[in-house]
Write a protein that binds this ligand. Structure first.
Ligand SMILES: Cc1cc2nc3c(=O)[nH]c(=O)nc-3n(C[C@H](O)[C@H](O)[C@H](O)COP(=O)(O)O)c2cc1C
Length: 397
């Protein structure tokens, strides 16, 4: 048996079988046209699927609600975009991979220009806060909460009806669902706020449960979450293993089948003072979940994504083999199940095939300037203020 075999064995999620453990995580690229996947995007994702990956998670996509997007390059799931989404799904399936659509809402991170027609719709979030003392938009009221829950359900049903293999609820990186989870952005005094993570997770859990009730028992639902935020790299939502445990149980009970745990560096120990000093947040999550867990963050790269994309610090080393050996070891030990390879998939659409065939010397390094055309407006549209704030709060590592 080869050392990387644990990453090449199939994995079952509910009734779905993935051909291996490699995932292309959601990456907003600016290839959407009026909210719909363009021909370029269909072809791009088809090539990635042909490159050997087991699961493609399509980029962050807003449910049909005017507070969920602000530019034509941002994906939407609504009546007008469904035929293009069908082309993505069919193209990925034709190459033997599976496909999830990531359901996302920016919440307070929406960047609509003052005179844009969409600006007449309010920017919505749990408490109208970007961070503790940075107000923006307004807090969601009960009818906003109902409307958005229904929009998520409709989007998940649309994805299911189109033939997607699952959906992922994006509750990471400081976007709407994560704004509920984080104590700095959730200051609500109704049943959706509170001092514990389990209390703040109530609305996201209700959305998950409503989706589960609509799509039935067999349709896989993934939850992506992270400790870090785009506006604060050092943020935490789960302050302790116990808090994480409660959160994982709550989400499992609501209907989550898989956890996509996003980190800036996959190997970073989460609680070094604990009895598992080397466990990452993904390892901890796996220890509490009787469900598959995916890890992400700088796999095969020596520079994490924010320093790379926002500070123009390019990786100069590709520790692909070393990282994958370590991840295979963790998979073998039952600490993780899936690996999300982001930027290295941008640089190598056939990353997985190269690894399988041992062609490590052919794996190209991701470089921002070289791959700028593939990053599109996702990076160009970052508002400087947000990034500066993140830098200020950047963890020293
Ligand atoms: C250009 C770009 C766009 C991204 N867009 C999304 C997104 O739409 N949804 C999401 O959950 N994460 C997004 N991410 C984060 C990636 O999914 C992934 O977690 C991150 O790139 C770290 O993995 P890596 O170090 O292998 O690149 C994006 C990353 C990049 C580079």
């Amino acid at each position: 048996m080869g050392a990387l075999d644990p990453l090449f064995t199939p994995l079952q999620i509910r009734g779905l079988t993935l051909r291996n453990r490699f995932v292309m995580p959601a990456m907003q690229r600016g290839f959407m046209e009026d909210g719909a996947p363009s021909k370029r995007m269909v072809e791009y994702l088809r090539r990635c699927a042909a490159g050997g990956v087991g699961l493609v998670i399509c980029e962050s996509t807003s449910p049909d609600h005017p507070s969920g997007y602000w530019a034509p390059v941002i994906g939407r799931l609504d009546a007008g975009t469904l035929p293009a989404w069908k082309q993505v799904i069919d193209a990925v399936h034709a190459e033997g991979a599976k496909v999830f659509i990531q359901l996302w809402h920016p919440g307070v991170m929406r960047k609509v220009a003052e005179h844009h027609p969409l600006a007449r719709f309010p920017t919505l979030s749990p408490s109208g806060l970007i961070q503790a003392n940075r107000p923006h938009g307004r807090a969601m009221n009960p009818s906003d909460l109902d409307e958005l829950r229904n929009a998520y359900v409709r989007a998940a049903l649309d994805a299911q009806e189109l033939g997607a293999d699952g959906v992922e609820i994006h509750a990471a990186h400081g976007y709407l669902m994560d704004q509920f989870l984080w104590s700095e952005t959730n200051r609500r005094d109704d049943r959706y706020g509170g001092t514990t993570l389990a209390q703040r997770a109530r609305y996201p859990a209700e959305v998950v449960a409503a989706i589960r009730a609509a799509v039935g028992a067999d349709f896989p639902l993934s939850l992506r979450f992270s400790q870090f935020k785009e506006v604060d790299y050092g943020a935490t939502v789960a302050g302790s293993p116990d808090e994480l445990h409660e959160f994982v149980q709550l989400m499992r009970a609501a209907g989550i089948d898989m956890f996509n745990v996003s980190s800036r560096r996959y190997a970073k120990p989460e609680w070094p003072e604990s009895h598992h000093p080397d466990w990452s947040i993904a390892d901890w999550t796996r220890s509490f979940a009787d469900a598959p867990v995916m890890t992400t963050g700088s796999i095969g790269l020596n520079v994490e994504m924010f320093a790379n994309l926002f500070d123009d610090k390019d990786p100069d080393e590709t520790p692909v083999e070393r990282d994958l050996l370590e991840l295979a070891r963790r998979a073998q030990q039952g600490r993780i199940d899936l690996v999300g390879v982001g930027r290295m998939h941008i640089a190598n659409h056939d990353f997985v095939n190269k690894v399988r065939e041992g062609r490590f010397s052919e794996i190209a390094l991701f470089r921002k300037q070289v791959h700028l055309a593939d990053l599109g407006e996702a990076i160009a549209s970052e508002e400087p203020g947000f990034v500066e704030q993140a830098r200020k709060n950047a963890a020293p590592d």
